[in-house]
Design a protein around this ligand. Sequence first.
Ligand code: ADP
Ligand code: MG
Length: 710
Amino acid sequence: MRDEKYTGEAIDVTEIFGCNVFNDKTMKERLPKETFKALKKTVQLGLPLSIDVANVVANVMKDWAIEKGATHYTHWFQPLTGRTAEKHDSFISTTDDGGVIMEFSGKQLIQGEPDASSLPSGGLRSTFEARGYTAWDCTSPAFLKEDASGNVTLCIPTAFCSYTSEALDKKTPLLRSMEAVSHQAVRVLRALGNKSVTRVTSTLGAEQEYFLIDKKYYDQRLDLIVSGRTLFGAASPKGQELEDQYFGAIKDRISTFMRDLDIELWKMGISSKTKHNEVAPSQYEMAPIFSTTNIAADHNQLVMETMQKVALRHDLVCLLHEKPFDGLNGSGKHNNWSLSTNDGQNLLEPGKTPNENEQFLIFVSALIMAVDRHADKLRASCGNPGNDLRLGANEAPPTIISIFMGDELTEILESIAQGKKSKNHGQRVMDIGVDTLPAFPKDNTDRNRTSPFAFTGNKFEFRMVGSSASVSGPNIVINTIVAEALDEIATRLEKAKKSGTSKESAAIVRDTMRKHGRIIFNGNNYSKEWVTEAQKRGLPSIRSGVEALGYMANPVAEKLFGKYEVLSKKEIRSRYEIYLESYVKHVGIEARAMVQMVKRQYLPSVIQFTGRLAGAIHQLKAVSVSAKVQKELLEKVNDLLESANDKLEKLESAIARAHRVENLLKRAEAFRDRVTVTMNDLREDIDTLEGIVPSELWPVPSYADMLFKL
Ligand code: ADP
Ligand code: MG
């Protein structure tokens, strides 16, 4: 985070832009010393919070929020919709003498009952026990949300669960998975001789890709409004082939947006760090400085929400869909993951001599083991309808999961596996041959942008996650599968220690490489050869999200998530149903939007054009002039019109039939296999027509309008 050698004077960003986060600094200034200490201890040791501490914190938090203009507070949570939810309560209460006061108790801070019965529960909330509770996650700071009209709300990050203690949200299992991985990582460290570490935290830096388009074009497209992506649209003559967008100079309008976004994020304590143009036209990316996973997950939700909110202030619309434009790069999230000890070590830091770094090699082995065993679950954690369109297309990771380790580290791991002494390449200095530029150390790993799970120096970057998705799901999976691998490793190390066996660590690396080395692939993941090679290695390639979801709900998954108390069978089942249903609903919305657009926009426009052509043919005939071109064009357009109309009918009947399928999985499959295919068919005709019909008759803005007119 901070550069240790930096000697300049640091400036507190909140002093310049304002502070909307109840962070350590604010707490230290305002809370009684004892309360602050007690709260910090609770957070650091993961202890339950006492009501006495909560009462003091609540009162101080309320005063702070009211000073900043807040009148309401909300327990802010992350239901299984993948979005966030909030129900606002004002601070006011009445007094016996008829007065109205503002107050906020410890109980109101730590627990809420928002009802929220319309949020998906996958059968977990039958009517007689329909209550839903929220509980304060005191490890993630409270913050203020400000809207454009000046309303300020105190937001308290919370977990959301049912009366029967089942998780109804994304945060609860994430926190549980963090516990699991911490526990097992500490065991491993103990067995390796570390006596001081008491907690290990998973860390996350979520890079976020997005598109921005002018709101006036967005408003004219029903597909964007209801589904977030273009369901029609002929390719623009210019796409991303010139590679002139990636890292290009940022246009003023966008740069003004980015500045406002940064300031809003900084105020909420979100350390937005880098911003740049991405590969596709009108595509951008922001990356924050990494933090503890649950905080980073909260922050990523706020990043997405703030991007959309701030964009509107600039008459822009921020598209977070995984594939808003066909034929161009889609958007993802790069999920940078690592493990940090409470004494500040990054457990994936190879150091200068990785070949001698037992701790590093053991933790890397755990990752290799975990990813190879549970690639299917990782794939499932990224399965949403948008990502189905993105994975495996235009510079997106394929649906096959492999790990990029880089040649040097792979060599080290392989020599250990073969019982050979591994060479230490040391940290090589890269000399770029210009004297005035400094020589800099070469990373132990080069970059491989095509790998879905890449080791990038001191962390793993999981690149399969979709841009609109919550990062909780993928991190729940990573934490849990790594916990399982570390558990196994810890048991081996503990046993070896007892029996006085030496070199157990080397044996663990060797066994890992023999059994799971097939998951390492340092080549081009976008190539056709890799698909064949992966098949040979027996690595799964799971094409669709619907199929992938099944791997998160089978007996293997139930056993794994049950063992580490991350998700119960019931919770897994409910999530499976919710996600399948969500798939059906998403595709249903898209299909119905297509039907409406064709019936009410495209067909009428094309019919108008055919009328115009027919009129022209008539007029030419009347003056005995050949109407050859007009006739040919009319025939062509009319053929396409008829074909589109046929396909429209087919789509309508496919939707109706799919909806009638009783079994949920079969219904989702019907949408995936029948409805989406008919949708693509229909799109083809309409897109061809777009290339023929005069632009003034075309009812919606084109790809070129949306992507290049900013
Ligand atoms: P790049 O994508 O080019 O590798 P960076 O190295 O700057 O860029 O990191 C990208 C993201 O990874 C940032 O959000 C950064 O904060 C995050 N990151 C860096 N170190 C860690 C870590 N130890 N754990 C989790 N995320 C990290
Ligand atoms: Mg990146």
